[in-house]
Design a protein around this ligand. Structure first.
Ligand SMILES: Nc1ncnc2c1ncn2[C@@H]1O[C@H](COP(=O)(O)OP(=O)(O)O)[C@@H](O)[C@H]1O
Ligand SMILES: [Mg+2]
Length: 320
C-alpha cells in the first residue's frame, strides 16, 4: 500500500554547484546553484545581461566556468564534455541560417555531422520536420522562410540526434504572437515525449503557463529556483480576494471586516477587496459568513499574483 502512494525522487537532469564565470573583472555569473529534473520544462528567466546565455553556453560545453561545477545527467561539462554533447541539443540565441540551403539539405547536413547513416537520416529528417510543423517546406530555401519557421527549423536541427535535454536560448524572441504560440505548443509536445527542456526568456508571462519550474536570475545571481506557484507564494505576504454582492455592499463589507482572518476591506468600483492575513489559506469562510449574515454573494475571486509582478518585486528594478 505504502509503495503506491510514495512519490519517486526526481531524476536530476542538470545540476550546477557554485557555478561562476567572469569576463575580466566582471562577474557574469556568481555561484549559481541550479537543479533541473528530468522531464522539466524549465524556465530560465532574467533581464538582458542577467547571465542566461553564459549559463546555457557553459551547459552546452562551449564556455568553461571560472569556478564551480555543472553536470548533465551526472557528467561534468568540462571533464566529460563529449558525453554531455551527445545528451544535449543547444539552440543559441542567434544562429547563422544557411539562407541558400534547402530545408532538407540543411537538416541532412547536421544529421551527417552526428554520423547518422544516410538511410536512417532520411526518416529522422522527415520525423523532425513533422514535429516542428515544417513538412510542407522540405524543398523550400531557408531564406524564404518566415522568422517563426526559421526558429522552428533551428529547433528541428537540435532534435536531429534525439537528445534528452534541450537548451533553448530565447527561442521565441522576435517572433510574432502567433509564431510564439506555435513554438510553445511544440515545446509542450516535446515535454510530453519525455524531453527535458530549459528555455530562457526575458518575457516572463510567456513562461508562466508553459513551465512547471522556473529559475530567476539577476546580475548573475540566482534569486529563485522552484515551482511556478512557489515563486508567487514566497512573495505573498498577504492574500487579497475580490467579492461582489447583489445585496447591500456596506453591509457585506462590515460582515467581512468583523472576521478575525480579515486585515482590511475596501470598496473598489462596486466590489469589495478583502485583504487576508497570509495564514488564511482557506477562504471558504467568506461565502459562509456572507450567507449567514443575509448578504447575496455573486462573485468571489482570489487575486492571482502573476510572474511578471513577482519578478519586478524580487529584482527591484536592478536591471543593467
Ligand atoms: N564575451 C563576453 N565578454 C565580455 N562580457 C560578456 C561576454 N559575454 C557576456 N558578457 C557580459 O556578461 C553578462 C551576462 O551576459 P549574458 O550571459 O549574455 O546575459 P543574458 O543572456 O541573460 O542577456 C552581461 O553583462 C554581458 O555584457
Ligand atoms: Mg542572452
Amino acid at each position: 500500500m505504502k509503495a503506491e502512494t510514495e512519490t519517486q525522487a526526481p531524476v536530476v537532469a542538470v545540476e550546477t554547484r557554485g557555478l561562476s564565470r567572469s569576463y575580466g573583472s566582471m562577474m557574469a555569473l556568481s555561484s549559481l546553484d541550479l537543479q533541473v529534473n528530468q522531464g522539466d520544462l524549465f524556465g530560465f528567466i532574467g533581464s538582458n545581461g542577467a547571465g542566461k546565455t553564459t549559463t546555457l553556453r557553459i551547459l552546452a560545453t562551449f564556455l568553461s566556468p571560472s569556478a564551480g561545477q555543472a553536470y548533465v545527467r551526472g557528467h561534468d561539462v568540462v571533464r566529460d564534455a563529449d558525453a554531455v554533447r551527445h545528451l544535449i541539443g543547444y539552440m543559441p540565441d542567434f544562429f547563422g541560417v544557411y539562407k541558400d540551403m534547402e530545408v532538407t539539405e540543411y537538416l541532412d547536413f547536421f544529421g551527417a555531422c552526428y554520423r547518422i547513416p544516410p538511410k536512417k537520416r532520411e526518416t529522422t529528417v522527415r520525423d523532425v520536420l513533422e514535429l516542428v510543423g515544417l513538412s510542407e517546406k522540405q524543398g523550400a530555401l531557408i531564406g524564404a522562410l518566415s522568422r517563426g519557421m526559421q526558429q522552428r527549423l533551428g529547433l528541428a536541427r537540435v532534435l536531429i540526434h534525439d537528445p534528452q535535454l534541450l537548451l533553448l536560448d530565447e527561442p521565441a524572441s522576435g517572433l510574432d504572437p502567433r509564431a510564439r504560440i506555435e513554438m510553445m505548443a511544440i515545446l509542450q509536445e516535446l515535454q510530453r515525449m519525455g524531453k527535458t527542456i530549459i528555455i530562457s526568456s526575458h518575457i516572463l508571462s510567456e513562461l508562466q503557463s508553459l513551465c512547471n519550474r522556473v529559475a530567476i536570475i539577476e546580475k548573475g545571481k540566482l534569486i529563485y529556483c522552484g515551482s511556478v506557484n512557489g515563486v508567487a507564494d514566497q512573495m505573498k505576504d498577504e492574500v487579497s480576494v475580490w467579492v461582489r454582492v447583489s445585496s447591500d455592499i456596506d453591509q457585506a463589507g462590515s460582515i467581512l471586516s468583523n472576521r478575525p482572518e480579515v486585515l482590511e476591506t475596501e470598496e473598489v468600483e462596486g466590489r469589495i477587496r478583502v485583504v487576508l492575513s497570509s495564514a488564511a489559506r482557506d477562504i471558504s469562510f467568506i461565502p459562509e459568513a456572507l450567507v449567514r449574515g443575509g448578504a447575496k454573494l455573486v462573485e468571489l475571486r482570489e487575486d492571482a499574483l502573476d510572474l511578471e509582478e513577482v519578478f519586478l518585486r524580487v529584482t527591484k528594478g536592478e536591471t543593467q
